[in-house]
Design a protein around this ligand. Structure first.
Ligand SMILES: [Zn+2]
Length: 236
């Protein structure tokens, strides 16, 4: 590929070749190999980075670093996929990958930045459920059954209509709500509406209690057990 750029050595515009070279940079103290692109003056042989190549090379180095050090590990991907009861192929299709893509990631190849993002999002059941509803007709009935029966998928169904709240809670907080709901034989939405607390669930108790009192007088909140009793309508 040939184009014209100002050559720093010749001091004038010259025909240049685009050449690629393996380079190494150090990012966060780690050496990262990546493929860098340069322009080579066809007159004097000088190699230089045009402004666009400088940006592209920085981006390539960052991406190489992310692939090496920020990619999900194969065992983490297996764990993610099996939480939803999905085969490699079904999981690939649901996330919009090629059919064999999960297989290659679980065998050690690194996802690119787009797929890393999708994999990260898929870890949230309510987002996975959205992906599933878009692509479920492209996978087999048996796979659909298995996924819909998985605990992770069912937990997303339980948060239906409460996605914003679900997103604002940590995974641990969501799990605690689900455990409480399960113990009380209630749907998650009802558990939240009524909130009756586990002792370990103080933050949510406070949130709930404060929400209850917003329109009334401001009250001092002495402690979580009192909050729980108040939420229950029991005198502290
Ligand atoms: Zn030159």
């Amino acid at each position: 590929m040939t184009k014209q750029l100002p050559c720093p050595r010749c001091g004038t515009t010259r025909d240049v070749d685009i050449v690629e070279r393996e380079e190494k940079v150090t990012i966060h103290g780690r050496e990262v190999p990546f493929t860098a692109q340069f322009s080579r003056c066809m007159t004097c042989g000088e190699e230089f980075e045009a402004p666009g190549q400088l940006d592209a090379n920085l981006a390539a180095a960052r991406e190489a670093y992310a692939r090496l050090y920020e990619s999900p590990k194969p065992e983490e991907l297996v764990a993610l996929r099996t939480r939803y009861g999905a085969s490699q192929k079904a999981f690939s299709i649901i996330l919009g990958f090629g059919k064999l893509t999960m297989n290659s990631y679980e065998s050690g190849s690194s996802p690119d930045s787009t797929n890393r993002l999708l994999l990260k999002l898929a870890a949230k059941p309510y987002i996975f459920k959205e992906m599933y509803s878009i692509n479920k007709n492209r996978i087999g009935a048996l796979q659909r059954q298995r996924i819909e029966a998985s605990e992770a998928f069912r937990s997303a169904m339980e948060w239906d209509g409460l996605e914003a709240l679900s997103a604002s809670l940590t995974a641990l907080q969501r799990e605690k709500i689900e455990v409480c709901a399960g113990q009380n034989g209630l749907p998650v939405s009802e558990q939240i509406a009524r909130y009756v607390g586990c002792e370990s669930f103080q933050d949510y108790s406070r949130l709930y209690a404060e929400a209850q009192w917003t329109s009334g007088t401001t009250r001092q909140i002495p402690g979580a057990s009192v909050l729980v009793n108040s939420a229950l309508g029991v005198a502290g």
